[in-house]
Design a protein around this ligand. Structure first.
Ligand code: SAM
Length: 331
């Protein structure tokens, strides 16, 4: 890659020459959300979407109609449990193509996207499918000598990692806490979820009473040992690779969601966590009432086969990788 091939790379390289190496969260923010060339903003402007067959990756939300039907049933049951009014709002936070809308009968559906105003305070359910893995993170390299931030520099026509200042303050404490889980390793890479709290605050500001459902891939504090090289990944045309500095704006960048941190952060902001489970258990509970009959309702044998395959993908493919966290507020 050279500066000339990619206008966002050129813009970022100029910024590095002017200001010095960037925090990775600044690089990731620009790579995904730069108003002119960011991965999500550029796709949206071109009325293309990064997700789906023609895009770079699939999310559970693309497995329609089965995902939408089961989630619809789960949210209706949750509405009853929480004593929320019929017709209350579901805010699809990080909605992408807003594919959930048509499956959420009985709710007022609101899609919220990056860079848009938060909705007026509401009672209901905030649904966040693969929102948190798309939030910019910082990166640290940890070892016996302590933890140092990894910044992004520009050298010989390419972006490169630069070990920078030692960590300080609350993020130093966070890295030290997780480092206890890394016993036996000389060195490891960790992401700092620096945008989780601001996004939770924003969602909390818009939700007076109700629940937040987070569906994503991630790890708990106990499981961080599985990721000694960190969890950053890029996706392009359904292929994953680890070079997240390549071609900013032209590929997705994600980080696994640190669920323990998310829960702790939510509790400190007044949410009540109602347990983390595999997506498959959550979907199974939602579908068991009618043995998935409504999710699999089809008009032809061909459609029935397609829907059964979708259910299989959700339960046995995505369902074992993805997790579901339910957080409640004011109920
Ligand atoms: C991986 S996509 C998931 C889209 C959709 N929920 C799905 O499941 O297909 C992440 C989405 O979150 C959006 N997003 C990122 N940060 C956001 C924020 N702070 N507020 C609202 N949406 C955000 C992105 O623009 C993108 O559309």
């Amino acid at each position: 890659m050279t500066e000339r091939d990619n206008p966002l790379a050129e813009k970022l390289a100029q910024r590095i020459r002017r200001e010095g190496p960037l925090l990775f969260s600044e690089f990731m923010e620009a790579a995904l959300y730069d108003p002119d060339h960011g991965y999500y903003s550029a796709a949206r402007r071109a009325h293309a979407e990064p997700t789906g067959i023609a895009g770079d990756f699939f999310t559970a939300t693309q497995v329609q109609p089965v995902f939408g039907r089961i989630v619809g049933a789960a949210l209706r049951r949750m509405r009853e449990e929480l004593g929320l009014a019929e017709g209350c709002t579901v805010a699809d936070w990080g909605a992408g193509r807003a594919l959930m809308g048509e499956h959420l009968g009985g709710f007022r559906y609101v899609a919220v996207e990056a860079g848009e105003a938060a909705p007026e305070p509401l009672e209901g359910i905030v649904f966040a499918n693969e929102l948190f893995d798309a939030l910019p993170v910082d990166v640290v390299r940890c070892g016996a000598a302590g933890a140092r931030l990894r910044r992004v520099g520009w050298k010989e026509g390419a972006f490169c990692w630069i070990d920078a200042e030692p960590l300080a303050g609350e993020w130093k404490e966070y890295a030290e806490r997780l480092s206890h889980r890394m016993e036996g390793l000389d060195e490891w890479i960790l992401e700092l979820p620096v945008r989780v709290e601001p996004v939770l605050r924003r969602i909390g500001g818009a939700l007076r009473r109700g629940a937040l459902i987070v569906i994503d891939y991630g790890y708990t504090e106990r499981e961080v040992i599985r990721f000694p090289r960190g969890t950053l990944m890029s996706y392009r045309r359904h292929r994953a690779h680890e070079d997240v500095l390549r071609d900013p704006g032209a590929q997705d960048i994600t980080a696994h969601v640190p669920f323990s941190f998310l829960e702790q952060c939510a509790s400190s902001l007044g949410w009540r966590a109602r347990g983390l489970e595999n997506l498959s258990s959550w979907l199974l509970r939602a579908g068991e009432r009618d043995m998935f009959a409504s999710a699999l309702q089809a008009e032809s044998e061909e459609e029935a086969v397609r829907l059964r395959l979708q259910l299989k993908t959700l339960l046995f493919g995505m369902g074992e990788t993805f997790r579901c966290l339910r957080l409640e507020k004011g109920v």
